[in-house]
Design a protein around this ligand. Structure first.
Ligand SMILES: C[S@@+](CC[C@H](N)C(=O)[O-])C[C@H]1O[C@@H](n2cnc3c(N)ncnc32)[C@H](O)[C@@H]1O
Length: 726
């Protein structure tokens, strides 16, 4: 809005940008019905149109130049009829994106200019909203040191116009030299600086769901870390200038391979694509001042072609379609009885069951047959609707080893279904038992015990506790499948998940983990780390079947423990009229892991995965870096997200330390977690280089030492979000 950038002689015709909807549906007719939008859309789906025109700009400019001797911000009245580019019309409103005036300077250091700009923005948003538009595009901040001012204006405008979505138009990264450098060589470009500005804007505005990014694809793409960073942001629009296209040998416009790959990645989040500069680029490409419509359409045709050659989604992407970044509460199959539909979803994953069948086959083949040719006794504990029973029977056939299977289930409805399957399919090879596995007392001990009680973080559905409780029915040399499972984690940034959790607006929403098919997430560290492991059979749990002796402890000791804990033995947890073992301390876990962070970012939480050794070399994994090797295309588990209530900014070359506890008492199991961040002091002093501490106002510290930056609170410290053992 500054006088320098004012251009009164601009023609009155608005600049249109033309674009494609994420779903690529095309509208056949021109969207004009009022005469203003007479530019035919030519197969485009959306049109972005400046909300106001230069008449409005001239008036605003005159107002801002008047009364220069007063400090008051002059009042700007809303645009009038000849100052706007369109009128309300429900036929085309959904196909039009409003472009806010490019000449406003919300972040101007001059309070008059900033004040006038804010009024202009509010008027434009308000008029666009009145006309029924859903989206307006606002130019990004022009200065680095006045971001708070920009954000405040945006926030005010968002609050004043309640329904419209505001898209901030931003470059991916700076393209030029960053700051004047003291040396002769130019300072390197800081490729995260624009993301930094955006992060400040949305943080100051407190993560509004109506604020998103319109990302301008750069001609020269920034490093991969910047590409991944933007991918985690709410991108509503991708701006693609026709000027970044190359010409193929036949003279048609095409994008470079690097741009194609980037688009393939970004199109997954289904942004609108807006093509810019088509006329100018066509003129250059065709060396014609008046290129034909056909020549201009080449860009659109190419973009549509790109949509048709998108790499096919992975098995996980296909399975999770529609569930991306959608928060789900982790299942609690011990407390709750699952619905048939939920089991059906599990059963859609061929990979998990193929791996189980392979593991059972291997265990059967390695197991010496029982004396007198007795069948090997298997137990599927937590049988659900029976898929692992079916796997066991198939493995027995393949191994040519006779088996007898107990199918143990505590869900009465699943039990009924299992009885049906026994009657119709399995007959005498299978005995269906309705009980909590922890109180099961079978006639025969078990050679191979098979379970699938795993949650997204491995042990979070209480597999360790359930299996400890049934371990006493396993023969001394018996096998448990899985043999072990481990939990893994990594710090991550996801503004989308953070705001979705916040939006729930319920108490304690940051105290519980969520199961999420992650998409808009940037993993902040280069490697995922293991938290802990559980092995079965558990060495701390005895194989005695005498009930109610606490596994591995003995009744007297158990009594002693109750006494130590001040618990009345007679009030010990009871299942099926029998007290279950309460000494569960061996299933407590604690880990503190340190993650090196190369590129700065904001931590909103951490992602959890698991790995499991089913038997021998047959494994399962949900870790993105090992899933392909261990259980490619397995879809049964989405990752788990542990939120933190206050996002933590982490600078370049920093460290994040995450501490997690798995805590148990005699009735429940829960996680607690906290995060600390550190900055590393670079330079050694020995080579003559200054340490950052001496270059900044920080107190001098030895090079390599860690400066504490911040920490989160302890989450779920009260154990309120617990999984119940009873
Ligand atoms: C994750 S589901 C797996 C079901 C089945 N094995 C499958 O792969 O589809 C876990 C099953 O274990 C059952 N379950 C959980 N805890 C149990 C317990 N303590 N005793 C018996 N069944 C239990 C649940 O009811 C549920 O059917």
């Amino acid at each position: 809005m500054s006088e320098v950038s004012m251009d009164h002689d601009k023609p009155l015709s608005p600049t249109y940008y033309i674009g494609l909807q994420p779903e690529m549906s095309s509208i056949d007719t021109a969207i004009d019905s009022e005469g203003i939008l007479s530019s035919v859309t030519d197969g485009y789906d959306v049109l972005s149109v400046p909300i106001t025109n230069p008449r409005f700009r001239s008036r605003v400019s005159r107002i801002s130049q008047s009364d220069l001797d007063t400090v008051m911000v002059p009042h700007v009245a809303p645009p009038t009829y000849p100052e706007v580019n369109f009128a309300p019309n429900t036929t085309y409103a959904q196909h039009v994106f409003g472009l806010c005036a490019k000449w406003i300077e919300l972040d101007s250091a001059d309070p008059r200019i900033a004040g006038v700009s804010t009024q202009v923005l509010k008027h434009e948003l308000s008029y666009a909203s009145f006309c029924g538009l859903s989206y307006v595009i606002v130019p990004g901040p022009t200065r680095r040191n006045n971001v708070a001012m920009y954000a405040e204006s945006l926030n005010t405008a968002l609050a004043a116009v309640p329904y419209i979505n505001v898209i901030v138009h931003l470059a991916m990264a700076e393209s030029g030299v960053e700051e004047p450098s003291s040396s002769d060589s130019p300072a390197p470009v800081d490729s995260m600086s624009i993301w930094d500005i955006w992060n400040s804007v949305r943080t100051i505005c407190d993560y509004p769901s109506r604020l998103s990014v319109g990302l301008q694809l750069a001609a020269k793409l920034p490093p991969q870390s910047v590409v991944s960073r933007w991918f985690a942001e709410p991108i509503t629009v991708l701006f693609v200038s026709a000027k970044i296209f190359l010409s193929n040998p036949k003279g048609y416009p095409v994008l470079s391979k690097a741009h194609q790959y980037l688009l393939f990645k970004y199109l997954k989040i289904k942004p609108y694509t807006i093509l810019q500069d088509v006329r100018e680029a066509t003129q250059v490409r065709t060396s014609s001042k008046l290129p034909s419509k056909q020549d201009e359409r080449a860009y659109l045709i190419y973009m549509r072609h790109l949509h048709t050659i998108l790499p096919s989604p992975t098995a996980v992407e296909k399975f999770g379609q529609g569930y991306q970044d959608y928060l789900q509460n982790p299942l609690q199959p011990l407390t709750d009885n699952l619905e048939s539909g939920t089991y059906e979803v599990f059963e859609k994953d061929p990979v998990k069951y193929a791996q189980y069948e392979k593991a059972i086959l291997k265990a059967l083949s390695e197991r010496d047959s029982n004396p007198n040719g007795q069948p090997i006794i298997l137990a599927v504990v937590g049988a659900g609707r029976g898929p692992l029973v079916a796997c066991s029977l198939r493995a027995s056939e393949r191994a040519k080893v006779p088996i007898f299977v107990y199918a143990v289930e505590k869900n009465p409805n699943a039990y009924t279904y299992l009885l049906q399957r026994k009657e119709l399919q399995w007959q005498s090879n299978v005995e269906v038992v309705f009980t909590d596995m922890r109180t099961w007392n079978p006639a025969h001990k078990v050679d191979i015990m098979i379970s699938e009680l795993l949650g997204s973080f491995g042990d979070n559905e209480l597999s360790p506790e359930c299996l400890d409780g049934v371990q006493n029915v396993l023969k001394d040399n018996g096998i448990m499948i899985p043999q072990s499972y481990s939990s893994h984690f990594i710090p991550a940034m996801s503004p989308k998940i953070f705001s979705s959790i916040k939006l729930q607006n319920k108490e304690d929403v940051m105290n519980t983990p969520y199961v999420v098919m992650l998409q808009a997430v940037d993993l902040l560290a280069p490697e995922i780390k293991q938290a802990w492991e559980f092995r079965h059979p558990c060495p701390y749990v005895g194989a005695s079947s005498s009930w109610p002796t606490a596994p591995g402890i003995g009744e007297a000791k158990q009594q002693q423990r109750y006494d130590d804990l001040g618990i009345d033995y007679s009030t010990a947890p009871v299942v099926n009229n029998k007290p279950i073992h309460i000494s569960n301390e061996h299933n407590n876990r604690h880990v503190k892991a340190r993650f090196s962070i190369e590129n700065r970012g904001v931590m909103h939480g951490f992602v959890g995965y698991f790995e499991s050794v089913l038997y021998g070399d047959v494994e399962l994994s949900t870790r993105p870096d090992t899933i392909n090797k261990k259980s490619k295309d397995m879809v049964s588990w989405f990752p788990i997200w542990f939120p933190i209530s206050t996002p933590l900014y982490v600078p370049d070359s920093a460290e994040i330390e995450i501490a997690i506890w798995r805590k148990t008492d005699n009735r429940k199991v829960w996680y607690e977690w906290s995060v600390e961040t550190f900055m590393l002091v670079p330079g050694s002093g020995l080579d003559g280089s200054d340490s950052m501490a001496t270059m900044t106002t920080l107190p001098a510290r030895a090079a390599g030492s860690r400066v504490r930056l911040g920490c989160s609170r302890l989450h779920n410290a009260g154990g309120r979000y617990s999984s119940m053992l009873l």
